[in-house]
Design a protein around this ligand. Structure first.
Ligand SMILES: Cc1cc2nc3c(=O)[nH]c(=O)nc-3n(C[C@H](O)[C@H](O)[C@H](O)COP(=O)(O)O)c2cc1C
Length: 203
Protein backbone atom coordinates (compact mmCIF):
# COMPACT_ATOMS: atom_id res chain seq x y z
CA UNK A 1 0.00 0.00 0.00
CA UNK A 2 1.19 3.49 -0.86
CA UNK A 3 2.98 5.05 2.11
CA UNK A 4 3.59 8.46 0.53
CA UNK A 5 1.72 11.47 1.89
CA UNK A 6 -1.40 11.77 -0.29
CA UNK A 7 -1.53 14.63 -2.78
CA UNK A 8 -3.26 17.79 -1.70
CA UNK A 9 -5.38 18.07 -4.85
CA UNK A 10 -6.63 15.02 -6.75
CA UNK A 11 -8.79 16.03 -9.73
CA UNK A 12 -11.06 13.49 -11.41
CA UNK A 13 -10.17 12.67 -15.03
CA UNK A 14 -12.97 14.61 -16.65
CA UNK A 15 -13.14 17.99 -14.98
CA UNK A 16 -12.43 20.29 -17.91
CA UNK A 17 -12.07 23.99 -17.34
CA UNK A 18 -13.14 24.19 -13.72
CA UNK A 19 -11.03 25.84 -11.05
CA UNK A 20 -8.18 23.55 -9.97
CA UNK A 21 -9.21 23.81 -6.31
CA UNK A 22 -12.78 22.73 -7.14
CA UNK A 23 -11.53 19.93 -9.40
CA UNK A 24 -8.89 18.72 -6.96
CA UNK A 25 -10.68 18.93 -3.61
CA UNK A 26 -11.09 15.44 -2.23
CA UNK A 27 -11.85 13.66 1.03
CA UNK A 28 -8.76 11.92 2.30
CA UNK A 29 -8.95 9.64 5.33
CA UNK A 30 -5.21 9.76 6.05
CA UNK A 31 -4.62 12.49 8.61
CA UNK A 32 -1.36 13.31 10.39
CA UNK A 33 -2.12 12.98 14.11
CA UNK A 34 1.04 14.81 15.14
CA UNK A 35 0.70 18.00 13.13
CA UNK A 36 -1.72 20.55 14.53
CA UNK A 37 -3.72 23.02 12.48
CA UNK A 38 -2.64 26.56 13.34
CA UNK A 39 -5.25 28.93 14.75
CA UNK A 40 -4.68 31.23 11.75
CA UNK A 41 -5.35 28.45 9.26
CA UNK A 42 -8.40 27.24 11.15
CA UNK A 43 -9.65 30.79 11.23
CA UNK A 44 -9.31 31.16 7.45
CA UNK A 45 -11.37 28.00 6.93
CA UNK A 46 -14.07 29.21 9.32
CA UNK A 47 -14.02 32.66 7.67
CA UNK A 48 -14.62 31.00 4.31
CA UNK A 49 -17.79 29.52 5.81
CA UNK A 50 -18.81 32.77 7.46
CA UNK A 51 -18.82 34.55 4.09
CA UNK A 52 -21.29 32.16 2.47
CA UNK A 53 -24.50 33.55 0.98
CA UNK A 54 -27.89 32.88 2.58
CA UNK A 55 -31.48 33.96 2.10
CA UNK A 56 -32.03 37.43 3.61
CA UNK A 57 -28.46 37.07 4.93
CA UNK A 58 -29.89 34.82 7.61
CA UNK A 59 -26.58 32.94 8.23
CA UNK A 60 -28.06 29.90 10.02
CA UNK A 61 -24.76 27.98 10.15
CA UNK A 62 -22.90 27.50 13.42
CA UNK A 63 -19.51 25.82 13.79
CA UNK A 64 -18.61 23.91 16.97
CA UNK A 65 -14.85 23.50 16.92
CA UNK A 66 -12.80 21.04 18.98
CA UNK A 67 -9.01 20.89 19.16
CA UNK A 68 -6.03 19.69 21.18
CA UNK A 69 -5.94 22.87 23.28
CA UNK A 70 -8.86 21.25 25.11
CA UNK A 71 -8.03 17.57 24.78
CA UNK A 72 -10.86 16.44 27.05
CA UNK A 73 -13.67 17.96 24.97
CA UNK A 74 -12.01 16.82 21.74
CA UNK A 75 -11.93 13.29 23.14
CA UNK A 76 -15.56 13.56 24.15
CA UNK A 77 -16.59 14.82 20.70
CA UNK A 78 -14.73 11.88 19.12
CA UNK A 79 -16.84 9.41 21.12
CA UNK A 80 -19.78 10.33 18.89
CA UNK A 81 -18.04 9.12 15.71
CA UNK A 82 -19.28 5.91 14.09
CA UNK A 83 -17.06 2.84 13.98
CA UNK A 84 -16.64 3.28 10.21
CA UNK A 85 -15.08 6.66 10.83
CA UNK A 86 -12.33 5.26 13.03
CA UNK A 87 -9.86 6.81 10.58
CA UNK A 88 -10.92 10.24 11.97
CA UNK A 89 -9.89 9.42 15.54
CA UNK A 90 -6.31 10.71 15.05
CA UNK A 91 -7.59 13.99 13.63
CA UNK A 92 -6.30 17.00 15.60
CA UNK A 93 -9.51 18.95 14.97
CA UNK A 94 -13.19 18.21 14.59
CA UNK A 95 -15.69 20.83 13.55
CA UNK A 96 -19.39 20.02 13.89
CA UNK A 97 -21.70 21.88 11.54
CA UNK A 98 -24.98 23.05 12.99
CA UNK A 99 -27.82 25.09 11.58
CA UNK A 100 -30.38 27.14 13.40
CA UNK A 101 -33.67 25.81 12.07
CA UNK A 102 -35.95 28.62 13.27
CA UNK A 103 -35.98 32.29 12.35
CA UNK A 104 -35.94 35.25 14.72
CA UNK A 105 -39.76 35.37 14.51
CA UNK A 106 -39.98 31.71 15.57
CA UNK A 107 -41.06 30.42 12.15
CA UNK A 108 -39.17 27.45 10.72
CA UNK A 109 -36.29 28.24 8.37
CA UNK A 110 -36.82 25.68 5.61
CA UNK A 111 -33.50 26.37 3.92
CA UNK A 112 -31.29 26.30 7.00
CA UNK A 113 -29.57 23.01 6.10
CA UNK A 114 -29.17 24.03 2.47
CA UNK A 115 -27.52 27.25 3.52
CA UNK A 116 -25.26 25.57 6.06
CA UNK A 117 -24.21 23.24 3.25
CA UNK A 118 -23.12 26.21 1.19
CA UNK A 119 -20.98 27.43 4.08
CA UNK A 120 -19.38 24.00 4.39
CA UNK A 121 -18.68 23.83 0.65
CA UNK A 122 -16.79 27.12 0.90
CA UNK A 123 -14.84 25.83 3.90
CA UNK A 124 -13.94 22.66 2.02
CA UNK A 125 -12.55 24.68 -0.87
CA UNK A 126 -10.55 26.98 1.40
CA UNK A 127 -9.12 23.89 3.11
CA UNK A 128 -8.21 22.36 -0.26
CA UNK A 129 -6.53 25.62 -1.24
CA UNK A 130 -4.56 25.50 2.04
CA UNK A 131 -3.56 21.87 1.51
CA UNK A 132 -5.34 20.45 4.55
CA UNK A 133 -7.72 17.52 4.77
CA UNK A 134 -11.33 18.58 5.32
CA UNK A 135 -13.45 15.43 5.50
CA UNK A 136 -17.18 15.65 6.19
CA UNK A 137 -18.87 12.81 8.05
CA UNK A 138 -22.48 11.87 8.46
CA UNK A 139 -21.32 8.86 10.48
CA UNK A 140 -21.70 10.15 14.01
CA UNK A 141 -24.44 10.26 16.62
CA UNK A 142 -26.12 13.65 16.57
CA UNK A 143 -28.28 12.58 19.52
CA UNK A 144 -25.25 11.74 21.60
CA UNK A 145 -23.54 14.97 20.55
CA UNK A 146 -26.64 17.00 21.49
CA UNK A 147 -26.73 15.40 24.94
CA UNK A 148 -22.99 15.71 25.59
CA UNK A 149 -22.81 19.39 24.72
CA UNK A 150 -26.41 20.42 25.59
CA UNK A 151 -27.18 21.65 22.08
CA UNK A 152 -30.63 23.31 22.01
CA UNK A 153 -33.34 21.60 19.94
CA UNK A 154 -33.63 24.46 17.45
CA UNK A 155 -30.17 23.66 16.10
CA UNK A 156 -29.79 20.78 13.65
CA UNK A 157 -26.47 18.95 14.02
CA UNK A 158 -25.67 18.12 10.43
CA UNK A 159 -22.15 16.76 9.94
CA UNK A 160 -18.85 16.35 11.71
CA UNK A 161 -15.74 17.43 9.83
CA UNK A 162 -12.25 16.06 10.42
CA UNK A 163 -9.60 18.68 9.72
CA UNK A 164 -5.86 18.00 9.70
CA UNK A 165 -2.75 17.81 7.62
CA UNK A 166 -2.44 14.92 5.17
CA UNK A 167 -0.75 11.88 6.69
CA UNK A 168 1.03 8.90 5.22
CA UNK A 169 -0.30 6.10 7.41
CA UNK A 170 -3.12 3.88 6.18
CA UNK A 171 -3.26 2.00 9.49
CA UNK A 172 -6.41 3.67 10.83
CA UNK A 173 -8.28 3.47 7.52
CA UNK A 174 -10.63 0.46 7.30
CA UNK A 175 -9.33 -1.95 4.66
CA UNK A 176 -12.32 -1.51 2.36
CA UNK A 177 -11.70 2.25 2.24
CA UNK A 178 -7.94 2.27 1.66
CA UNK A 179 -8.11 2.09 -2.12
CA UNK A 180 -10.15 5.32 -2.12
CA UNK A 181 -6.96 7.19 -1.22
CA UNK A 182 -5.55 6.50 -4.66
CA UNK A 183 -8.34 5.29 -6.97
CA UNK A 184 -9.87 7.53 -9.58
CA UNK A 185 -12.49 9.92 -8.18
CA UNK A 186 -15.80 9.28 -9.94
CA UNK A 187 -18.96 11.24 -10.59
CA UNK A 188 -22.22 10.66 -12.46
CA UNK A 189 -22.03 11.89 -16.04
CA UNK A 190 -23.32 15.33 -17.03
CA UNK A 191 -26.13 13.56 -18.95
CA UNK A 192 -27.40 12.05 -15.72
CA UNK A 193 -27.35 15.37 -13.90
CA UNK A 194 -28.21 18.20 -16.27
CA UNK A 195 -31.56 18.71 -18.04
CA UNK A 196 -31.86 21.47 -20.58
CA UNK A 197 -34.91 23.32 -21.84
CA UNK A 198 -37.67 21.32 -20.20
CA UNK A 199 -36.11 17.84 -20.29
CA UNK A 200 -36.99 16.01 -17.08
CA UNK A 201 -34.80 13.82 -14.89
CA UNK A 202 -35.69 10.13 -15.36
CA UNK A 203 -34.35 9.12 -11.94
C1 LIG B 1 -22.60 15.17 3.91
C2 LIG B 1 -21.45 14.19 3.74
C3 LIG B 1 -21.33 13.14 4.60
C4 LIG B 1 -20.25 12.25 4.49
N1 LIG B 1 -20.09 11.26 5.43
C5 LIG B 1 -18.98 10.51 5.42
C6 LIG B 1 -18.71 9.60 6.49
O1 LIG B 1 -19.46 9.48 7.48
N2 LIG B 1 -17.57 8.86 6.42
C7 LIG B 1 -16.67 8.98 5.39
O2 LIG B 1 -15.65 8.30 5.42
N3 LIG B 1 -16.90 9.85 4.37
C8 LIG B 1 -18.02 10.62 4.37
N4 LIG B 1 -18.22 11.55 3.37
C9 LIG B 1 -17.25 11.69 2.28
C10 LIG B 1 -17.82 11.15 0.96
O3 LIG B 1 -17.76 9.77 0.95
C11 LIG B 1 -17.02 11.78 -0.20
O4 LIG B 1 -17.19 13.17 -0.21
C12 LIG B 1 -17.49 11.20 -1.55
O5 LIG B 1 -17.21 9.83 -1.64
C13 LIG B 1 -16.83 11.90 -2.71
O6 LIG B 1 -15.44 11.85 -2.57
P1 LIG B 1 -14.55 13.18 -2.64
O7 LIG B 1 -15.03 14.09 -1.52
O8 LIG B 1 -13.16 12.70 -2.41
O9 LIG B 1 -14.76 13.81 -3.97
C14 LIG B 1 -19.30 12.43 3.46
C15 LIG B 1 -19.44 13.51 2.58
C16 LIG B 1 -20.49 14.39 2.72
C17 LIG B 1 -20.59 15.58 1.79
Amino acid sequence: MNSKTPPVLRPGKHAPGIHPVIAGRWSSRAIDAQKTVSPELLNRILEAGRWAPSSANNQPWRFMDFGPENAETLKLAKTTLAEGNIWAQPSPRLVFILARTDREDGKPHQLALYEAGQAVAQMALQAAHEGVVFHQMMGFSADQFRKLFSVPENFAIIVAVAIGWPGSSMEMIPENRRSLETSERMRKSMDELVFHNGEIPGK
